[in-house]
Design a protein around this ligand. Structure first.
Ligand code: FMN
Length: 175
């Protein structure tokens, strides 16, 4: 079984990237075959619904999503939604998400935006029959100190999400 953790923030001081790295470590400790992709490094073009699908970076990314069985998306919450880079990732790779398991790790400024991933979760479920793990990790800035997770409970919730990714993916794949 193959897994991806995709970090979607373009901010060098990103909190969701800290969560992506924690999830990567948790999955590696469970001996999962996992790779981290960081959109801040990939420099993806914006989706134009046409010629961009021929771009080599986009094709390579779509191949990696296609090859994965389970994917964790670590995303900032911007304007009560995932950020534009995460949305662009899904626009660029759409069909590659078909029947994958996906989970979300969200970094937000306040508690009030906790349902913000529902629009994209619905879209993934309805468009591509992606199985979205019904447990989101949602963290605000006070749960971090510098580049570290400062809140013990957040570390535990990321660990729990890693376990759920493995459990849902095995159940769906029947192995
Ligand atoms: C353009 C913009 C819009 C934002 N909108 C929201 C929002 O709707 N709800 C919220 O709780 N935080 C919002 N925030 C705060 C971010 O979610 C917060 O800074 C988070 O840490 C960003 O993730 P990152 O650190 O991984 O980049 C916004 C920040 C920016 C820059």
């Amino acid at each position: 079984m193959k897994y991806l953790v995709i970090s979607c923030s373009l901010n060098p001081d990103s909190k969701s990237r800290i969560m992506a790295n924690a999830a990567l470590s948790a999955l590696e400790n469970k001996e999962a075959d996992v790779e981290l992709l960081d959109l801040a490094e990939l420099k993806l073009p914006l989706c134009d619904g046409g010629a961009v699908y021929g771009d080599p970076t986009v094709q390579e990314l779509a191949t990696k999503v296609e090859a994965a069985d389970g994917i964790l998306v670590a995303t900032p919450i911007y304007n009560f939604d995932i950020n534009a880079a995460a949305k662009n990732l899904i626009e660029l790779t759409g069909r590659a998400w078909t029947e994958k398991v996906a989970g979300f790790l969200c970094a937000a400024g306040g508690q009030g935006s906790y349902m913000s991933v529902m629009a994209v979760a619905n879209s993934l479920m309805l468009d591509f029959r992606t199985v979205v793990i019904p447990r989101f990790v949602y963290a605000t800035g006070d749960q971090f100190q510098g580049s570290e997770i400062a809140h013990e409970d957040l570390g535990e919730r990321i660990e729990q999400m890693a376990d759920e990714l493995l459990r849902f993916t095995s159940a769906l794949r029947g192995s």
